[in-house]
Design a protein around this ligand. Structure first.
Ligand code: ADP
Length: 172
């Protein structure tokens, strides 16, 4: 068991050649805007079909905030997508423990699936309205205190320079 090393990069997470890409999904698991829309567009219809099956069999009421579930990655270079639902500030979900849970649970399910490398976006820093500096602090701290059997690399893939700077600052 070891703590994964952290990399920070600017880019489009859908092109990452890692074992698992984390999706900032919504609880329906049926796609949405932002990074969720980009992942479904890049992965193609197989991912949506698998998400529908997971939703129907395991989460008929939707995936709860802070939880994570793993699927294939369709046409993306990654092997898996880990879907997690970040807290939405606009509906009063302001508890940092929920966001911490997204990073911790995503890492746990990827580790259990034997993944060695995992790419994360800035969960909840888009439509869900969290400050990217707070997201960055929580994300970095959660990975730095994690202990994994298989995951040895966590790459934060940020879509804009301001978010990349926030993660660099949090990493120190
Ligand atoms: P949430 O609803 O959890 O806030 P969003 O998708 O709206 O999720 O935004 C989360 C973060 O993902 C934002 O910082 C957004 O800029 C970023 N993002 C959007 N598309 C991509 C992409 N293709 N690759 C990496 N990050 C992305």
């Amino acid at each position: 068991m070891a703590t994964p090393r952290i990399e920070i990069t600017l880019g489009d997470i859908t092109t990452e050649d890692v074992d698992a890409v984390v999706n900032a999904a919504n609880s329906s698991l049926l796609g949405g805007g932002g990074v969720d829309g980009a992942i479904h567009a890049a992965a193609g219809p197989d991912l949506l079909a698998e998400c529908r099956r997971v939703r129907a069999s395991d989460y008929p009421d939707g995936l709860p905030t802070g939880r994570a579930v793993i699927t294939g990655a369709g046409r993306m270079p990654a092997r898996h997508v880990v879907h997690t639902v970040g807290p939405n500030r606009h509906v009063g979900q302001t508890d940092p423990a929920l966001l911490e849970s997204c990073f911790r649970e995503s890492l746990r399910v990827a580790d259990e699936a034997g993944c060695r490398s995992v790419a994360f976006p800035a969960i909840s820093a888009g439509v869900y309205g969290w400050n990217v500096h707070e997201v960055a602090r929580i994300a970095v701290r959660t990975v730095q205190t994690a202990s994994c059997e298989n995951v040895d690399l966590v790459r934060f893939v940020l879509f804009d320079k301001r978010s990349e700077d926030a993660f660099q600052l949090a990493l120190g």
